[in-house]
Design a binder for this molecule. Structure first.
Ligand SMILES: *Cc1c(COP(=O)(O)O)cnc(C)c1O
Length: 381
């Protein structure tokens, strides 16, 4: 697939070549572990064993690389499996990483509870402040980790500026692009070295699969990651790869509608007396609005807000919502809401990543926007 094509076209066609045997226009689910060899070592198309490579996963990996504008995509069993592979490829004991003070709770847990036991050190910084990132870097820093927009506070980090700071220190910049998706933001083009995805979210888009991905441009790093992916083994299975590949075909139209609905929701919440603060990068008063407008095509479907009545009132809003389903995760066609303090970010309690107790996070779906506004209005009481 030529990189001349636009995003919407690549989303549908990159990696999706017609099946050579039958002409099937959708890559089949190659539900297989091993492959017949034509004489010892005579592999057909390089396929030997499905942990190392599987044609359905290859289709997804080619698609991911094309959409992020990278050289190589790698698909994993979950976003955290992708992160684990990345950090064990990049880091050895004694190395240091700068991580954001607002990040996916599981990412923080991976550094704080798992990687730290293997001698990997980290500092927490407000990555929306470029000077704070620079100040957190030490002579051992090998990577700066950024999530933008961030989870759950929708903070914005200037990817190009932080890439400069990281590279000046000889460190790599990792961007978790889960909230934006490559349709809204392409970190590699802005100077990032690695893009991380939980494909469970917008890429899959239908709340029916758990998956993760890494995309890189540097060929040496691509080789090292592919080596570790195979050596550690947390690959995406064929059916999961197929579901993500199918979801991606509609990514552009879904993200347009997610953004349209989220904009309406943010507007309603901004005017609501029971809401003390709305966190959405599309709002002109959001501190990261200008940077977001510069590096994103649109502002996406995630909106968080603080409830004036405090923690109990926030929990009540979650309990009263009907169309917004109370649940963790995000990025599916259906709207979800949650209380980060007691749900997704419970593991960050007492840490620098602790979130406000009166916070509610919305994953605004692609239902009719007015129906969503009506549900939020009744939930707020
Ligand atoms: C969900 C999520 C992850 C982790 O991905 P899993 O697929 O759940 O393992 C990482 N980063 C962000 C921003 C997420 O939302």
């Amino acid at each position: 697939m030529s990189d001349q094509h636009s995003f919407e076209t690549l989303a549908i066609h990159a990696g999706n070549t017609a099946d050579p045997l039958t002409g099937a226009v959708v890559p089949p689910i190659y539900q297989v572990s091993t492959y017949k060899q034509d004489g010892v070592g005579g592999l057909r198309g390089g396929y030997e064993y499905s942990r190392s490579a599987n044609p359905t996963r290859t289709a997804l990996e080619e698609n991911l690389a094309a959409l992020e504008g990278g050289r190589r995509g790698l698909a994993f069993a979950s976003g955290l499996a992708a992160e684990d592979c990345l950090l064990r490829t990049l880091l050895t004991p004694g190395d240091h990483v700068v991580i954001p003070n607002d990040a996916y709770g599981g990412t923080f847990r991976l550094f704080a509870k798992v990687a730290s036991r293997w001698g990997v050190e980290f500092s927490v910084a407000d990555t929306s402040d470029v000077a704070a990132v620079r100040a957190a870097i030490t002579p051992s820093t090998k990577a700066v980790w950024v999530e933008t927009p961030s989870n759950p506070l929708l903070g914005i980090t200037d990817i190009a500026a932080v890439a400069q700071v990281a590279h000046d220190a000889g460190a790599r910049l990792v961007v978790d692009n889960t909230f934006a998706s490559p349709y809204l933001q392409q970190p590699l083009a802005l100077g990032a070295d690695v893009v991380v995805h939980s494909t469970t979210k917008y890429m899959g888009g239908h709340s029916d699969v758990v998956g993760g991905a890494l995309v890189v441009s540097d060929p040496e790093l691509a080789e090292e990651l592919a080596y570790h992916q195979n050596a550690m083994g947390a690959v995406a299975g064929p059916f999961d790869a197929w579901l993500v590949l199918r979801g991606i075909k509609t990514l552009a139209v879904r993200m347009d509608r997610h953004t349209e609905n989220a904009t309406k929701v943010a507007d309603l919440l901004t005017r609501h007396p029971k809401v003390s603060q709305v966190l959405y990068p599309g709002l002109p008063e959001h501190p990261g609005h200008e940077v977001a407008a510069k590096q994103m095509k649109a502002f996406g479907g995630m909106v968080s807000f603080r409830v004036a009545g405090g923690e109990e009132a926030a929990v009540e809003v979650c309990n009263r919502a009907k169309l917004f389903t109370l649940g963790e995760s995000l990025g599916g066609v259906e709207s979800l809401l949650e209380h980060p303090g007691r749900m997704t970010h419970a593991s960050a309690a007492g840490s620098p990543l602790e979130v406000p107790a009166d916070l509610v996070r919305l994953s605004v779906g692609i239902e009719n926007g007015d129906d969503l506004l009506a549900d939020l209005t009744q939930a707020l009481g």
